[in-house]
Ligand binder design. Sequence first.
Ligand code: SDX
Length: 428
Amino acid sequence: MSHTCRIELDGKSHEFPVVKGTENELAIDISTLRDRTGYITLDDGYGNTGSCKSAITYIDGDQGILRYRGIPIEQLAENSSFVETAQLVIWGKLPSPADRDRFSALLTQNQMMHESLRNHFHGFPPNAHPMAILSAMLNAMSCYEPEMMEIDDDQTLERAAARIISKVRTVAAASYKMSVGQPLIYPRTDYKYCENFLHMMFSIPYKDYEPTPEVARALNLFLILHADHEQNCSTSTVRMVASSQANVFASCAAGVCALWGPLHGGANVAVIEMLEFIRQSGMSVADYVSRVKAKDSKLRLMGFGHRVYKNFDPRSKILKMAADQMLAKMNINDPLLEIAGQLEQVALSDPYFIERKLYPNVDFYSGTILRAMGIPVSMFTVMFAMGRLPGWIANWKEIHDDPKSRIYRPRQVYVGNTIQGFVPKHLR
Ligand code: SDX
């Protein structure tokens, strides 16, 4: 491997250092390119551009590898909980029993919303999109935490992380309750993170919802698998906002907005809508796939494809297995899961998808698990956001802790009008 890269420009030769990551990823450091040559690089969608060095998550898209702080996702899915995984992702190591107890206590202390915050919900229409509510409430939350607008020590960051991870769960459940016209349910101190969320979602004043171990386990698994995913669209957005030294609440609120799109976190809703469309239209899976392949249809196989995974998405494999087990155990026959399985089989044997290395991603099966838990489709992307909070907070922290951090300010190639004069109104 060469330690430098040589670029010939306008008859001159320029050498640039090569950076090698701990997993042997190689990058050309072009941070002096413009100063030395006057040129910039152009990379639509940043498919070939590293925005940072990060120590949080490692993905090998060809091998289908995903590790949080070096620990394979399969081992975390098997042995960990979402709260423990959140601590691993944010602070870089699995928590000691004392760390775990302290953070759990902080989550419990911070699980209620300020009573004035609850009033905000009456300002949203009943059909308000829960991602709109979540992004608004994250910034509204910060108004009650002035001491967290500038975080200078680990204890304050830990309290801020606990506030966000705990209260987002309460806000998410409250947005669902508002949408179905039911009273907001207060959290309980005797429930763990996932059980409490299910309680706040599905209990009603005169009848408590009793979360089963299977459903709580499935929710833990779902959240673990969504906890981080290196520099995806929403995490890069969080870093972009964090780079201006904005507070962690504002950065996460920006992440919620980026995640909302159907090409990103909104895909888990789009997958269910696609499966429902196939089921209700009576169209065969093969016919639907043919329509996807017909370019003019603008249709995409939602839940398929990934910028990084050009083999299988390890999360999709785990979710598919968990969905099969959960539905069997709950004796649920979800026709959408059946259609999803057929779609996967048809697509994985079709040259169109094989040539483009399109495989099921995390969103393809996540909806079937959420449906089995009774989570409404409208809440699916909010569930993704709940899971991704540790990754967003960890990336915010990585920027915040870096003394050499600079504000993100990409360049552009201008292709607009060249200089022209102002035209007075009477001559237009
Ligand atoms: C997430 O980045 C992350 O890590 C994201 C995420 C995370 O954890 O944060 O993993 C979560 O966002 C998963 C992705 C969820 N989105 C979807 O499932 C939406 C459907 N997928 C696609 O829109 C697409 O695959 C993307 C957005 C995921 C990736 O887009 P790229 O890398 O920009 O790929 P592309 O649009 O350049 O497509 C390359 C080719 C094109 O065909 P050609 O022009 O070469 O003929 O593949 C085709 C595309 O038309 N293609 C698809 C397709 N995805 C790509 N064709 C049909 N169905 C699809 N789903």
